[in-house]
Design a protein around this ligand. Structure first.
Ligand code: PMP
Length: 441
């Protein structure tokens, strides 16, 4: 049964395990947007491997790609040796890069997780600039290794881990709902941009010339917080004018999730370094850094690793990219994301505990608040993590898996597979509505 397996694994797995604590099921089978537990109960999976499963679980094109690797006797492990599969993967991925950048782009296979690629990106910019400090953002998330943890805003996992990378400067993210400057709205982005510009230009600010700025265009783990388009353009201008490489972490936002293939396309900007993982591997572990050739300062062997560029993951990655292209999946994500935002905003009108509904594409968050406690200087009521968890549990009991995250642990996050249909999305919304109403009673 579910419980027996849960108990068994809980006994032997590290105390750091996280998802099984809040999503207490044992998954036996999975297909499309659904997972089925040991007892045959079916759930709609709107966690989807934290946004990894763009095509859902076990999509036929993914399965076919894996079978073809076996049938054609392709190698399963090659280190980073040359193979036709790798060539095909690079060609498919590069076909999506913005013109102008595509011709200048270089790729480094990292591996195999998102955090590995972020580490590689930081090494790259440090080598290229000869500098050491990294500009990063409050509330951002970039991984769980020493280096990526250092540049992530989330404090609780850092507790007791000393000696993280120094020279990390946290800057204010334009989180309008809880504006760090107590203003909100447009003024938040304006002040954030001006503040950052001033820090960089003031020789007394204590900020060393940075090796890079790294950002998520929509903070994922931070609570599905989309940065305003204007602000993103400002960050590009500010970094370009000062010769600071801009790294965009597309680990969660990339490959159609936000309604464009790459999330920076919304702002019409091009970063110097793009970091990709999660969906790019079509369910299997794969991560890459794509960057401007001017930054290609690495000597042979400067970035190595046994499991870079897994062949099977490249094959399933190719299948994902082709499916995305043939079906314009990013447009589908944009459309369904809009409809999700609209419906949730309707629900917000009836539920004072919903503080904000926000997102971009199929990366949507609902911030749960306590409307009875006084608002802070930002004009927003305190976050209500306890109620968010209750909603998550009520959803779970009704057959819907949703993640809860955000800085205060009070954001219910929708990250469905991009292939979700309008009907399935309606079912998600209907379960969510029932769960919210049951939780606030
Ligand atoms: N960057 C972002 C934006 C992420 O969302 C994540 C994972 N949630 C990571 C980096 C780290 O990826 P991984 O867990 O594969 O190391």
């Amino acid at each position: 049964s579910n419980q027996a397996l849960l108990n068994q694994q809980e006994r032997r797995e590290s105390n750091a395990r996280s998802y099984p604590r809040r999503i207490p099921l044992a998954i036996k089978e999975a297909e499309g947007v659904h997972v089925t537990d040991m007892e045959g109960k079916m759930y709609i999976d709107c966690l989807a491997g934290a946004g990894t499963l763009a095509l859902g679980h076990n999509h036929p094109v993914i399965i076919e790609a894996m079978e073809r690797v076996i049938r054609d006797k392709r190698p399963l492990h090659t280190l980073d040796l040359t193979t036709p599969v790798k060539e095909e993967f690079i060609t498919e991925l590069f076909s999506f890069l913005p013109e102008g950048f595509r011709e200048r782009a270089k790729i480094q296979f990292c591996g195999p997780t998102g955090g590995d690629a972020i580490e590689a990106a930081m090494k790259l910019v440090k080598t290229a600039t000869g500098r050491q400090s990294i500009l990063t953002f409050q509330g951002g998330y970039h991984g769980a290794t020493h280096g990526t943890m250092a540049i992530s805003g989330n404090l609780s996992p850092k507790k007791g881990v000393h000696g993280l990378m120094p020279d990390t400067h946290f800057l204010p993210y334009p989180y309008t709902y809880r504006c760090p400057f107590g203003v909100g709205g447009e003024a938040t982005h304006e002040i954030s941009a001006r503040y950052i510009e001033n820090l960089l230009d003031d020789p007394e600010s204590g900020i060393l010339p940075p090796a890079a700025m790294i950002l998520e265009t929509v903070q994922g783990e931070g609570g599905s917080i989309p940065a305003p388009i204007k602000w993103l353009r400002e960050m590009r201008r500010i970094t370009r004018e000062r010769g600071i490489p801009l790294i965009i972490d597309e680990v969660q936002t990339g490959i159609g999730r936000t309604g464009k293939v790459f999330s920076f396309e919304h702002a019409g900007i091009v970063p110097d370094v793009i970091v990709l993982s999660k969906a790019i591997g079509g369910s299997l572990p794969l991560s890459v850094v794509v960057y401007d050739k001017d930054l290609d300062v690495w000597g042979p062997g400067a970035h190595i690793g046994t499991f870079r560029g897994n062949q099977m993951a490249m094959a399933t990655g190719i299948a994902t990219l082709r499916y995305l292209k043939e079906n314009q999946l990013e447009k589908h994500a944009a459309l369904l994301g809009e409809s999700l935002l609209t419906t949730l905003s309707e629900l917000q009108k009836d539920v004072p505990e919903i503080g904000e509904v926000r997102g971009r594409g199929l990366m949507v968050g609902v911030e749960i608040i306590d409307p009875n406690r006084p608002a802070s200087s930002s004009g927003s009521h305190p976050a209500n993590a306890e109620l968010a968890s209750r909603i998550q549990r009520e959803c779970f009991d009704r057959g819907l898996i949703l993640e809860v995250g955000g800085r205060h642990g009070a954001v219910v996050r929708f990250l469905p597979p991009l292939i979700i249909t309008q009907e399935q999305l309606q079912e998600v919304i209907s379960i969510f509505r029932d769960a919210v109403l049951a939780s606030v009673e």
